[in-house]
Design a protein around this ligand. Structure first.
Ligand SMILES: [Cu+2]
Length: 502
């Protein structure tokens, strides 16, 4: 029985809980791993006159996720999602973007350290039928980044329909490391998203106030746009580039047999050394590279576990019920190693040296208070005399306004940005302009798995997180960068602000 038939049956039999249809998901079914995992094509660019040039066309498409039903989707150089851009540190990159949609859109390079004019944020709109060119020098540590629509008030829906893709950055140091790096063979991107469908096969985006307040949760997992995928390792070790590309759902990745794996990186760079883990909690926007050993040749599944009861990211109070979706368990990927596995090198004991921005001296502390409307218009976190009345979400009392610059940062400075979450749910906070370091979490140094460069950080309910930011480049007093919650419905509904580096 397919998901839609099952849901219809539940509705018909009145199996509902608190007025809501009981959540049903593929993850709760016996998984077969019926479809080979799709691997997004690699786009390495063309070398012309000393520049690395890439062409991206944003288009509408049709995708077949459910048997016998077509889903209208959006994609980049394809029907759903986009190619994996391969960039190299030090290259001069030129990316041509054409918009084949009938609505405006943008493409933002999430995590890349680029000038504001090349950032692809809400001010770099590509009109229908129009084009935009991003030019920047890649100044980036090796890592897994991504790109996605950042159209004001439309980011959530455009990403949901498919406007996202991965970016892989290489540098001198990463090329010297003996890590699995054969893309599509032992270096595998996993773009993980939850989606839900209407009975005609179309995606069902926001349909209630709850979808906005909790963020949009789906009941069906797609990995690289594949429903119920399997992957067959051909080597002893496989590196997965885990990417939470969901609009709102936090995944807790783990293997069905509890095996451990090695965490190599955070969002924007390697950890100092591989870190053994058995679970990895990633919020929307976060990435992490892991290496898993399959030399026992046992079939195993990658799962997303229910959020741990003691996770600092668990929702509180009434939000806990609204976010019951966080308690679901999902099957993500069936893994069936081939019988004859190619040998893999042992992992290098040291990956990189992670320096500290703190050594540059700290010029200033800036405070950001996350707030949302709760219940009958009761404001949470609206201290500080905010002016704006639009939207349900705020930072420092204000909802996002395109014509208001919220912060002005002097170029050359190093700052602590302190984010305090005065709401009852976790918000993953993302800052444009480049990578930061987690400095303190509730006054304590971060745990080892956050000790590398990041661009998106989970701030649990009631938590205060300090990050260290360096603003060494790209002074532009006019064009702002964004900071925002990466639950896309929250971002679209106001939880975003703008800063210039000047
Ligand atoms: Cu949020």
């Amino acid at each position: 029985m397919g998901g839609i038939e099952r849901r219809r049956l539940l509705q018909a039999t009145g199996l509902t809980l608190g007025g809501l249809v009981m959540p049903w998901s593929w993850g709760q079914q016996q998984q077969t791993g019926s479809t080979a995992l799709k691997i997004p094509p690699l786009l390495a660019g063309d070398r012309r006159e000393g520049e690395q040039r890439y062409s991206l066309r944003i288009q509408t498409g049709q995708s077949r996720f459910l048997s016998g039903l077509d889903t209208p989707t959006l994609g980049i150089n394809g029907d759903y999602l986009g190619p994996t851009l391969r960039l190299r540190d030090g290259d001069d990159a030129v990316i041509d973007v054409d918009n084949g949609l009938s609505e405006p859109t943008t493409l933002h390079w999430h995590g890349l350290h680029v000038p504001a004019h090349a950032d692809g944020g809400p001010h770099q709109v590509v009109q229908p039928g129009g084009s935009w060119q991003a030019r920047f020098r890649v100044q980036q540590q090796a890592g897994t980044y991504w790109y996605h629509s950042h159209q004001i008030h439309r980011t959530g829906e455009q990403v949901y329909r498919g406007l996202a893709g991965l970016i892989v950055v290489d540098d001198d140091a990463s090329e010297r490391l003996a890590l699995p790096s054969d893309y599509g063979v032992d270096d595998i991107p996993l773009i993980v998203q939850d989606r839900r469908f209407n009975e005609d096969g179309s995606f069902r985006y926001v349909s209630s106030h709850r979808d906005i307040m909790a963020g949009l949760m789906g009941d069906t997992i797609l990995v690289n746009g594949t429903l119920d995928p399997y992957f067959e390792p051909t080597t002893e070790k496989v590196r997965f580039r885990l990417h939470n590309a969901a609009n709102a759902r936090t995944f807790t990745f783990a293997f069905s047999d509890g095996r451990d794996f090695q965490q190599l990186s955070c969002d924007g760079g390697f950890l100092a050394q591989p870190l053994p883990r058995t679970e990895m909690e990633l919020a929307p926007g976060e990435r992490c590279e892991i290496v898993v050993d399959f030399s026992d040749r046992s079939p195993v599944s990658l799962l997303s576990l229910p959020m741990a009861a003691n996770s600092p990211n668990q929702s509180r109070g009434m939000m806990r019920r609204m976010l019951a979706a966080n308690e679901e368990r999902f099957h993500v990927l069936a893994i069936r190693p081939q019988s004859n596995l190619g040998r893999s090198e042992p992992l290098p004991p040291i990956l990189t040296e992670v320096g500290s921005f703190e050594s540059a001296g700290i010029d200033r502390l800036r405070r950001f208070e996350l707030g949302m409307v709760m219940g009958m218009g009761r404001m949470m976190g609206r201290r500080g005399g905010g002016q704006s009345t639009a939207g349900n979400f705020f930072i420092n009392g204000n909802a996002m306004a395109m014509d208001r610059i919220d912060e002005r940062v002097p170029v050359g400075s190093t700052e602590i940005w302190e984010i305090h979450n005065d709401t009852m749910m976790m918000h993953p906070f993302h800052i444009h302009h480049g990578q930061f370091q987690v400095y303190r979490r509730n006054g304590q140094p971060p745990t080892p798995h956050e000790r590398a460069y990041k661009d998106t950080v989970k701030v649990g309910p009631g938590e205060t997180v300090q990050v260290l930011m360096e603003f060494q480049h790209f002074a532009d007093p006019e064009l702002p960068y964004m900071y925002h919650c990466h639950i896309l419905e929250h971002e679209d509904d106001g939880m975003m602000g703008q800063f210039v580096v000047e």
